[in-house]
Design a protein around this ligand. Sequence first.
Ligand code: ADP
Ligand code: MG
Length: 298
Amino acid sequence: ATPVGLLTGTGRGAQLGILIKGPQVLEDTRTVDTIVLDKTGTVTDGRLSVVRTLTLEPTFDDAELLQLAGSVEAAGEHPIAVAIAAAAQEAVTGGALTPVTGFDSAPGGGVRGTVNGRAVVAGRPGWLEENGVVLSEDVRTWLRAEQEAGSTAVLVAVDGRAAGIISLRDNIKPGSVAAIARLRALGLRPVLLTGDNAVVAARVADAVGIAPEDVLADVRPEGKVEAVKRFQAEGATVAMAGDGVNDAPALAQADLGIAMGSGTDVAIEAADLTVMGNDLGQVATAIELSRRTLGTIK
Ligand code: ADP
Ligand code: MG
């Protein structure tokens, strides 16, 4: 391949909002046969909204639950954190959230901090359990009901006790269905990979045309890298598209790492290619472009 041809492709890519780290990337792009897609922010738009709150302790009302959780999430960066902080701001009279101390966040888990002298933890129910919060049968039933309704259910614990559930929804990006069909037409096998629950993951997969056996849900951040390695061990050449801090190691591990332009800096740094317009269709375009460019050089 001549560098001139490759640079032409790179230049055309830039016009289309596809930024490539180096000419070698086009070679890798051409040979991929599997594309692992992060769900939140990649297939879905990642602008979640709170659909409802549920209190689990009679001493809390919904506004107080949102105020405590929102005050901690205001210090977070995850799309869930942004959504909960915004909902809290709206629900709390005057919109003022309380400053948080001792803030800490766990990728793929959730956040914690102290608000008004109360220890608040918000996150994936399994992560709260790992942190010593006991989930009663009732709480489990509520969580399951929210998930079966298609929501991502965040559990909130206050002073070590399960205090409430915040349910959130996300929307599939308008271009995702067509983009996945194009990726398939290019001979790629699409796989959905997410830290979210299996019910939500299965719904999204069904809506965008990903086979049920190609859905990996409840995957912890370390598990995302393992998943990419597993496909590679099976002989696949893997592209991975993602946007989050938790996707970065998997983007680096993949043969071709693709970051969404709206994603975190960490993801963009780890990736070989970034799509500025944030649309999965650009990922299909990048692969088409590289195949055409290299094809004409041959
Ligand atoms: P995805 O793979 O879909 O991008 P993540 O791995 O980032 O998801 O997160 C997995 C799960 O961890 C979320 O579905 C949520 O339950 C929980 N979680 C992560 N960050 C937060 C947060 N800031 N607040 C509450 N829950 C969170
Ligand atoms: Mg994501």
